[in-house]
Design a protein around this ligand. Structure first.
Ligand SMILES: [Zn+2]
Ligand SMILES: [Zn+2]
Length: 143
């Protein structure tokens, strides 16, 4: 009979084991403008992302994921439609964070409100959207 006890792996003491988890298609005016690849650690479930978009090559999967989420944060897409060409970026934010953004149509701080949405509902040029409801779905970036 073995007396060897299986030690439960402490979540803080492991090498993250990332597996491809899901993708989010980003949709702009009827066309795919980018794809977010989401990778998740099989042990602790933290998620890292990689954005595939025109003119952008992110080598996150080769270099590891420098930024990872936590139970207190979410990956969100931040959209600005102030210019003719829609602009967006993928950010890791916490509730209450203020997104740094230079813009002619900025009417106030871009603050992350409840549900990881833009707190200022009067802002018609910007949008924040958590990627969580859109895993393996298409997210329309229009504001
Ligand atoms: Zn992990
Ligand atoms: Zn803007």
């Amino acid at each position: 009979m073995s007396t060897k006890q299986e030690q439960p792996k402490a979540k803080a003491e492991h090498q993250h084991d990332f597996r491809y988890y899901a993708c989010v298609n980003l949709w702009d005016n009827g066309e795919t403008t980018g794809v977010i690849d989401v990778w998740r650690c099989t042990v602790c479930h933290v998620k890292g992302i990689e954005l595939r978009a025109q003119g952008l090559s992110n080598l996150a999967t080769e270099t590891g994921f420098p930024v990872l989420d936590s139970p207190e944060s979410n990956w969100v897409v931040f959209v600005c439609t102030a210019q003719e060409q829609l602009r967006y970026e993928v950010l890791l934010v916490h509730l209450g964070d203020v997104v740094e953004h230079e813009c002619v149509e900025k009417t106030g701080p871009i603050k992350v409100g409840s549900g990881y949405r833009l707190e200022n509902s009067k802002d018609k040029f910007h949008k924040l959207q958590s990627i969580e409801p859109f895993l393996n779905e298409t997210m329309d970036l229009s504001v």
